[in-house]
Ligand binder design. Structure first.
Ligand code: F6R
Length: 260
C-alpha cells in the first residue's frame, strides 16, 4: 500500500489523475473501474482537462462502475449512470457504449450481476480501479459486515450511508435503501487500486483501512492485501494515521518511480 498525503484534495486528485493518465498512455485500451460520489469529482475534472488538452484519450478505453442504486432509472438525476455521464463521460472522448453501469432496474438482479462480472472478465479484467471510501470504511457499497469474499450482488445500505448520501437527494426518504454493488473480492481482482479520501469525516475510515486489522467491519481494510494499492488523501483524511511521516517519506519516491 502506498499512502500519498497532500495538503488539498485538488493536489491529491491531480496526482491520482497522473496515474490514470500514465495507464491510458501506456495502454490506450485500458479497462477502468470507476466510482461515483463527491470524492472522485476533482479527479474526473483533472482527466477532463487532460483530455481537452490532447494529453490523454479514452477513445479505446472501456469502463465499468462499482455500483448503482437499486430501483433508480439511468435517467434519474441521482442514478450513478447519470452521475458518470454528467461528471465524466459527456466531457471526454470515451465511446458511450464502452461505459458500463449496473442496471438498477434489472428484472433479475442475479442475471444482471452475473453478466456484469462476465463482461469484465471478457474485457481482460480491470486495469485500474478508482475508489472512494465511506465514513464507515465501506468500498463500493460493501458495508460493515460484508464478506471479504463477496462478489457483485444486491446489498442493503446502512442507515449511516443512507444519511451520508441524503445530501444528494431532496429528502432523506428518497434515498434508495438497496444497491447493486461489486463485491470486495470482485474489487480485489483489479490490477491496480487508486483510493481517494478527503475530509475529516473520512479520518477514522482511513485509519481503519490502513492501520486497522483486516476485517469485514471495515471492508476497505481488505485493500491491505492488494499488491498494488494507492491511497491519495488530503491532510484531514490522513490526520489519524500513526505512521504518517513514514508514508510521506517513501511516497514521493514511489510515485516518481511509477511516473518515470
Ligand atoms: C460510489 C461508491 C461509494 C463511495 C463512498 C464515498 O460509487 O462506491 O463507496 O465512494 O460512499 O462517498 P463520497 O465520495 O460521496 O464521500
Amino acid at each position: 500500500m502506498e499512502i500519498i498525503i497532500c495538503k488539498t484534495k485538488e493536489e491529491a486528485s491531480r496526482k491520482a489523475a497522473d496515474l490514470v493518465a500514465a495507464l491510458l498512455k501506456a495502454k490506450p485500451k485500458a479497462v477502468l473501474g470507476l466510482a461515483t460520489g463527491s470524492t472522485p469529482v476533482p479527479l474526473y475534472q483533472a482527466l477532463i482537462k487532460d483530455c481537452a488538452a490532447g494529453k490523454i484519450s479514452f477513445k479505446q478505453a472501456k469502463s465499468w462502475n462499482l455500483d448503482e442504486y437499486w430501483g433508480l432509472a439511468p435517467t434519474h438525476d441521482q442514478s450513478y449512470r447519470y452521475f458518470m455521464d454528467t461528471n465524466l463521460f459527456d466531457h471526454v472522448d470515451i465511446v458511450k457504449k464502452n461505459t458500463h453501469v449496473l442496471n438498477g432496474l434489472a428484472k433479475d438482479w442475479r442475471k444482471e450481476v452475473k453478466a456484469y462480472e462476465a463482461a469484465i472478465a471478457k474485457a481482460g479484467g480491470i486495469d485500474l480501479q478508482v475508489l472512494g471510501i465511506g465514513s464507515d470504511g465501506h468500498i463500493a457499497f460493501n458495508e460493515p459486515g460484508s464478506s471479504l469474499a463477496s462478489r457483485t450482488r444486491l446489498v442493503s445500505l446502512t442507515p449511516q450511508t443512507v444519511k451520508d448520501n441524503s445530501r444528494f437527494f431532496k429528502k432523506a426518504a428518497d434515498v434508495p435503501k438497496q444497491a447493486l454493488s461489486m463485491g470486495v473480492s470482485s474489487i480485489m481482482e483489479a490490477k491496480r487500486i487508486v483510493l481517494l479520501a478527503f475530509g475529516a469525516n473520512k479520518a477514522d475510515a482511513v485509519k481503519g483501512a490502513v492501520e486497522g486489522g483486516v476485517s469485514q467491519f471495515c471492508t476497505a481494510s481488505a485493500l491491505q492485501m492488494h499488491p498494488d494499492c494507492w491511497f491519495f488523501c488530503d491532510a484531514a483524511a490522513a490526520a489519524k494515521l500513526k505512521l504518517k511521516k513514514y508514508y510521506a517519506w517513501r511516497a514521493e519516491e514511489a510515485l516518481k518511480a511509477e511516473l518515470a
